[in-house]
Every structure is written in structure tokens, then in C-alpha cells.
Ligand binder design. Structure first.
Ligand code: ZN
Length: 349
């Protein structure tokens, strides 16, 4: 019987204001001898950061792409075969990072990720979201070998993405409640290390004393998202950071035109799921107001009917993930919870 466990964990996590220097030092200190670099970067908004790294690192190969689809993953794998790099550096948004994660995992080439926004907790997680054409799926990959966050780059990201990062982190509070329910009703085992890290990640941003989106606030966000990602590495799945609120967001992606960032949808759904549980949502609402986070589905162009449809559809988006939506005798029914949710918002304005 196993009495300890070995978990593939990143060697490096760093928050810097000088990406070039930090990355060069990290390569030298943490990955000595790895000199055949393949740089993968955004061919769109964040392209300038890729071009900057190209100058600094003089990599063996450079690939600019949109990223995020299975054909992007295969294109990257073909380039890996051709160039035979011993290290991948991915710089960009979630689509690029997930493409690198997936291709790195499948080709056994280690990789460092440099996110250009902090919009979700996938920056460190072992999970990649890939578009397979018919369906967008979260697939198991492997955690990055290193992650470097440059606060100067993150500062420049669109406000909506920064808000989304906060929403994804706050949603851990709902996900953890669902984990407890799954333990109570289904005997699912709670890994307390993962539980603790996920909760700490959420608290790191909710309790941040810094002015919203100041550099110090963004550091708290980066640390929180890192803790959340590590909780998923420890658990070996997304359970500590994804519950009913994530399922509602997946359902919204299916029935709407997928215009709202993931983190915005899960943040809003968190107020609903926590209300449904009879939990006090005051702290979350206060935090959302402090940062200017949308408070209701209507604030992001989703009417009540569509939201309730998503709630109904939610459990089917991920079979086997037991949540509050599987329980019939909740403190209040879904309709009632939605009414109370709207009243909470009024009361606190
Ligand atoms: Zn998420």
C-alpha cells in the first residue's frame, strides 16, 4: 500500500516585472542544458510578447498560432518532431497555454508557461481545454514544469479577463461545498491538502487589502490562481475548483453564443449556487462590488429563462460530478433561489 505519494509538480512559479531576465535565469538555474527551445506564441493580441521573447531567447523554432484546437495541438506536435526541441516555452492566453500543455504532455517535452492574462486557474493546472470541432472538452494533460507571471504584461490585459480570473477563483468556494456534498452523499474522498489550497486561493483574492487591480492586487490574484491550480494537481482532477457553478457555465456555453469569459460565468453562477445552499453570500457580493464584477446573469446579457435553462441542463454537462443540483431537498428550490439571489443584490446596493 502506498504510504506517500509522488506528484508531478512544477519546479518553478515566479511573479516578476522583468520577464526576459527571469526566464533566462530560470532556464539556467532550473533547466540547465536545455538549449533547443521552441517558442509558441499568440498570433493575435499578445503577439508582441512572443516577438519580445523571440529576440531575448533566440529559440530553435517559433510558432505563432491562435491555439486551442486539436489541429493546433497536432500542428505543434509536428513542429516538435521536426525541430526536436528539449523545452517548450508557451506565451499567450489560455488557448496557447492549453495547446502547449497538451502537446508537451503527448510528446514528453517539458514546458514553461507565461500567461499574458490571469483569466482562470488553468495557468498551473494539469487540465487543458481543447476544441475538438464537435465539442470543447477539458482533458487531462500534465502540469507545467514552470510558470512565470510578468505583472507588467498582466496589467495590460483587458479588464474583463482580470475580472474573470477573480470570478474563477471565488467559484472555488462553491466547488468545495459540492465536494463536501459528494463526500456526504456519494462517499467521494476529500483530499484535505487540495481542499485547503483551493480555499486559500479563493481567500487570497477575496481578502486582498489592495486596491482592485493594482499591482499588489494582481500579485494576490496570481498567487490565488496558482494555489487553485496546485489543488487540482494534488487532487488529480478539477474537483477542488469546479462544482455546480462550473456545470452551469458549461451549460451556458452550450445554449448561448459563448460570448462571456468562463470566469465571469462561474462567478455569477457562484452567487446562485451559494444562495441555493442557504449560504451567506455577503462577502462575495461585497468583493464583487469592490472590483466591479457583474452581479447577475442579466448584467452579462443572459435573461432569467436562459439562466434557469442552464441550471437544468448543468448536471448533464459532466456526468458523475455530484453537486447541489443533484439534491432535491435543498433549503429552497431553484426558482426561489433565483428570486432571493436578485433580492440580495438589491439589498446590498
Ligand atoms: Zn474554472
Amino acid at each position: 500500500m502506498e504510504i506517500q505519494r509522488l506528484i508531478p509538480f512544477p519546479i518553478l512559479f515566479d511573479i516578476t516585472d522583468n520577464l526576459g531576465e527571469t526566464l533566462k535565469k530560470a532556464l539556467f538555474d532550473n533547466f540547465p542544458g536545455r538549449e533547443r527551445l521552441l517558442l509558441v506564441s499568440d498570433n493575435n493580441g499578445a503577439k508582441r510578447y512572443g516577438e519580445y521573447l523571440e529576440k531575448i531567447l533566440s529559440p530553435e523554432g517559433v510558432l505563432f498560432m491562435r491555439g486551442g484546437t486539436i489541429s493546433d495541438v497536432m500542428h505543434l506536435e509536428a513542429t516538435i518532431k521536426e525541430k526536436e526541441p528539449d523545452m517548450l516555452i508557451g506565451i499567450g492566453g489560455g488557448r496557447i497555454l492549453d495547446t502547449v500543455k497538451m502537446a508537451g504532455f503527448r510528446t514528453y517535452v517539458p514546458f514553461i508557461l507565461v500567461p499574458t492574462s490571469l483569466s482562470h486557474d488553468g495557468i498551473i493546472s494539469p487540465v487543458a481545454v481543447i476544441d475538438f470541432g464537435k465539442e470543447v472538452k477539458s482533458v487531462g494533460a500534465i502540469a507545467p514544469n514552470g510558470v512565470i507571471v510578468d505583472i507588467n504584461i498582466i496589467k495590460e490585459a483587458p479588464s474583463l479577463l482580470k475580472l474573470a480570473g477573480c470570478g474563477d477563483l471565488v467559484s472555488n468556494l462553491s466547488a468545495l461545498e459540492d465536494w463536501k456534498l459528494a463526500s456526504k452523499y456519494k462517499g467521494e474522498k476529500i483530499d484535505y491538502f487540495a481542499y485547503m489550497l483551493s480555499k486559500t486561493g479563493a481567500k487570497n483574492i477575496i481578502l486582498s487589502e489592495h486596491e482592485a487591480f493594482s499591482e499588489d492586487f494582481l500579485k494576490d490574484l496570481a498567487e490565488g490562481l496558482a494555489a487553485s491550480g496546485l489543488s487540482m494537481i494534488i487532487a488529480g482532477n478539477s474537483r477542488p475548483a469546479s462544482g455546480a457553478e462550473h456545470l452551469i457555465s458549461h451549460a451556458l456555453d452550450r445554449i448561448t453564443d459563448r460570448k462571456n469569459p468562463h470566469g465571469i460565468q462561474v462567478g455569477i453562477a457562484t452567487i446562485f449556487t451559494q444562495t441555493l445552499r442557504g449560504k451567506d453570500t455577503q462577502k462575495i457580493i461585497n468583493f464583487f462590488k469592490k472590483i466591479g464584477f457583474p452581479l447577475t446573469p442579466m448584467d452579462i446579457g443572459i435573461d432569467k429563462k436562459t439562466f434557469m435553462e442552464a441550471v437544468k441542463l448543468a448536471p448533464s454537462t459532466r456526468k458523475g460530478r455530484f453537486t447541489i443540483l443533484d439534491i432535491k431537498n435543498n433549503p429552497m428550490n431553484w426558482e426561489k433561489a433565483f428570486e432571493v439571489y436578485l433580492k440580495l443584490e438589491e439589498r446590498n446596493t
